[in-house]
Design a protein around this ligand. Structure first.
Ligand SMILES: Cc1cc2nc3c(=O)[nH]c(=O)nc-3n(C[C@H](O)[C@H](O)[C@H](O)COP(=O)(O)OP(=O)(O)OC[C@H]3O[C@@H](n4cnc5c(N)ncnc54)[C@H](O)[C@@H]3O)c2cc1C
Length: 366
């Protein structure tokens, strides 16, 4: 039996960043079922930080994460962000959606169709009724960030055990026992950072049955449109998320922006979903899609209110949620890691009560 103060289940961005923060005050062990950290959603993201992406709670988290990204200090000595920009496009029937996105948004510049095609010359101006540009959206170096948090965790005495799938969880005498194969771990606190599997982990622990839905999102890599150097283009796409495209090492990554509910699994892209998404992309640009070089898919897991679930469970004592990050789990990880570490340490720091309440699993117990 290995003992610790805190067991974190899941070695994606959520689990590793939180474990690194919690390890400042506690002995932490992270259990990850795959052989490598970040194998699932974390390794399959579009790797962008968009400050205005998400509802009001997510925007508050994005702002807190921005403070970390501005000075990643003990996590990375090189910048984790590089300039990219996001260009949002609206057809005639999407103008209200663009207005809704702009409400409460910061740093969003309205653009004409002509401005938009100057930024991305393959766009068809006749398809653009309105556009907006978020200049300070940035690419995230996800691997540098994940490895940096893992290094910080280890430097604080934390342990990471890969190839260690949690099979059973039980609580006795104020302690959780977590079984992985024939190895047992014990701690008073368990953190559920199991991504798409967080609902299953919660069920095994007898925690509140919060409805978490893993949704598949896919991406196809296309060769760059002829005679275009795409590297300086922003991410561009429809404001209603029916497709988006992003420069990807000299090529274009195009996502159908699919959101199909699925069971948690090692997911892959569906050919028909990709084809339909590429068709939507193609109708917005002047260059045809000639071939797909590669593709992938990952799972974005949402709570019913599309807001992360973070904090102690109201039913299962010592069971702490860090789940439901949806499409925002890389960019919000610095903020959520700090918040969950504060909750476990019993400190509030400068986190407003309203933000904690908006994240708390207790909102689903009402
Ligand atoms: C196509 C796509 C684009 C995206 N783009 C962005 C973006 O641009 N910006 C952004 O911020 N977010 C983006 N996201 C969302 C982001 O990737 C996720 O929110 C984030 O990676 C979630 O991190 P996680 O650690 O919770 O999950 P994961 O990375 O999936 O980690 C969970 C881990 O738990 C492990 N686990 C599960 N069950 C067990 C068990 N029983 N025992 C042990 N380990 C277990 C899994 O193996 C997994 O490694 C995107 C997602 C996708 C799919």
């Amino acid at each position: 039996m290995t003992t610790a103060d805190v067991i974190v289940i899941g070695g994606g961005m959520a689990g590793i960043s939180a474990a690194a923060r919690i390890a400042a005050d506690a002995q932490v062990v992270v259990l990850e079922s795959e052989r490598h950290l970040g194998y699932h959603s974390t390794g399959r993201s579009a790797a962008i930080f968009i400050r205005n992406y998400g509802n009001a709670t997510l925007r508050a988290l994005n702002a807190r994460s921005a403070r970390f990204f501005d000075a990643p200090g003990c996590v990375a000595d090189a910048p984790l962000l590089t300039p990219r920009g996001v260009l949002l496009l609206a057809g005639e029937d999407e103008i209200a959606d663009l207005d809704a996105y702009a409400t409460g948004a910061e740093g969003l510049e309205p653009l004409t169709a002509e401005d938009a095609t100057r930024l991305v010359p393959i766009l068809r101006p006749d398809r653009i009724a309105a556009a907006a540009y978020e200049r300070d959206a940035q690419d995230i170096d996800v691997d540098l960030m994940l490895q940096g948090f893992a290094r910080l965790l280890k430097s604080r005495g934390g342990r990471v055990v890969t190839g260690s799938k949690v099979d059973e969880i039980s609580r006795d005498d104020d302690l959780w026992t977590v079984q992985s194969g024939d190895v047992r771990y014990s701690a008073p606190i368990v953190v559920n950072a199991a991504g798409a599997w967080a609902g299953e982990i919660a069920a095994r622990a007898g925690a509140l049955p919060i409805e978490l839905t893993p949704c598949r999102r896919s991406a196809a890599v296309l060769p760059p449109p002829a005679d275009h150097d795409v590297d300086s283009w922003p991410l561009f796409g429809s404001v209603t998320e029916t497709w988006y495209a992003k420069p990807y090492s000299g090529r274009l990554m195009v996502s159908p922006a699919d959101e199909d509910p699925v069971e948690p699994h090692d997911t892959w892209a569906d050919d028909m979903v990709l084809a339909e998404g590429l068709d939507r992309y193609e109708s917005a640009v002047t260059e045809p899609v000639t071939r797909v070089e590669s593709n992938w898919a990952g799972l974005r897991t949402f709570a019913p209110d599309r807001t992360p679930v973070v904090g102690f469970d109201p039913v299962a004592e010592g069971f702490c949620w860090l789940a439901g990050q949806g499409g925002y789990g890389i960019q919000t990880a610095p903020a959520l890691a700090e918040i969950v570490a504060g909750i476990i340490a019993g400190t509030t720091g400068d986190v407003p009560d309203s933000l904690r309440a908006a994240l708390s699993p207790a909102r689903f117990a009402r």
